[in-house]
Design a protein around this ligand. Structure first.
Ligand code: SF4
Length: 340
């Protein structure tokens, strides 16, 4: 879309009743491909008069603060709602105007989107509030977004002005970091190894400790689901491999070497706290395929069932307890068969 087409779309919009109450819808200001696009709430009286976004006191303050934190490049300005709303825009206005905001951002193609205020943030991520959502970068529709207070709030209260300044200092650091931007996520989140996964999953640069409640719930649900899917897949693969190996070994089992193999297995269990099939074969130095053919089915079964955790259990357990554990059952059964 060409620049004039985008402006034409906005100024001729009649998607909601606001167009009838303002001088004219206000389109974006700034160059295409500006690295930073600043998204505000809606035009105020001055913006409505002049037909330009951010030309009133809020615009003056944000320009002053951008210069103060050394963001000197030309930025683009867009509004969440393009018509002067004579107050705070409603969700109906925000939703009706979403198409205009999207078109303008699509044309501007910024890398960074600086969201000013609650309305701009909520229109982008309804699940985030400004208090917890500000001062942290997050991904949204393949652009890096960063929210802070609206300069109008900063003009009303100095605490907001201080927070806005602090947020912009961090924003500058993050913008300067380029591809390494997510290393500058505040608190301990950046050090959290889960952050890359979180970014991919939720677009949020929060670790589970610091992320907002809704996002955390979504994330935890997804992680639990992924864990289960992985565990199920691993179990399926292990079972299939074990079944195949078991079938192959059982087909060639040689009961003559069962006693030697059995003694080696008992010794291994008494001296090891965990059972690993590969370690078992290398430790006992049983000769393959002779003993392994005899013991193979049992060892494979043991590995598959993962029940041989401690050799102590073997010594302390009573015979009946032992026989209740599938692995011992199979060992005892195997020995009985071998001795028969
Ligand atoms: Fe159109 Fe947005 Fe103005 Fe409503 S506020 S008329 S959607 S430009």
């Amino acid at each position: 879309m060409q620049r004039l087409d985008v402006i034409e779309q906005v100024v001729s919009c009649t998607n909601c009743e606001l167009h009838a109450r303002c001088t004219a819808p206000v389109a974006f200001r700034g160059p295409a491909h500006a690295r930073i696009a600043i998204v505000g709430e809606a035009p105020g009286r001055q913006e409505d008069d002049q037909g330009q976004p951010f030309v009133g006191p809020s615009g003056a303050l944000i320009n002053e603060l951008l210069a103060e934190v050394d963001i000197t490049e030309e930025v683009a300005f867009v509004n969440t709602v393009s018509c002067y709303p004579h107050g705070t825009p409603t969700w109906d206005h925000i939703n009706a105007c979403a198409v205009n905001k999207a078109t303008q951002l699509q044309y501007l193609e910024p890398i960074w989107v600086l969201l000013l205020g609650r309305v701009a943030l909520k229109a982008t991520r309804p699940d985030l509030d400004i208090k917890r959502g500000r001062g942290r970068p997050f991904l949204h529709q393949n652009r890096i977004h960063y929210a802070t207070y609206h300069p109008a709030a900063a003009l009303r209260r100095t605490t907001y002005a201080d927070s806005l300044r602090d947020d912009l200092v961090l924003f500058k650091t993050i913008v300067d970091a380029g591809d390494e931007w997510w290393n500058h996520i505040p608190d301990s989140c950046a050090a959290c190894p889960l952050v890359p996964a979180l970014l991919e999953e939720t677009g949020l640069g929060w670790c589970p400790v610091h992320m907002p409640g809704d996002a955390r719930k979504r994330y935890e649900t997804r992680v639990a689901q992924m864990d289960k899917e992985c565990a199920d897949a691993r179990a399926r693969t292990a079972r299939t491999r074990a079944d195949q190996a078991l079938a192959a070994v059982e087909a060639n089992a040689d009961p003559r070497w069962m006693d030697t193999a059995w003694a080696a297995l008992v010794e291994y269990l008494e001296t090891h706290t965990e059972f690993f099939v590969d370690d078992f074969w290398s430790t006992t130095k049983l000769e393959r395929p002779r003993e392994s053919r005899a013991l193979g089915p049992l060892v494979l079964r043991a590995g598959r069932e993962r029940l041989m955790e401690k050799s102590g259990q073997f010594r302390k357990s009573t015979a009946s307890n032992m026989t209740e554990k599938p692995v011992w059952k199979s060992l005892i059964y195997g020995r009985a068969v071998a001795n028969a």
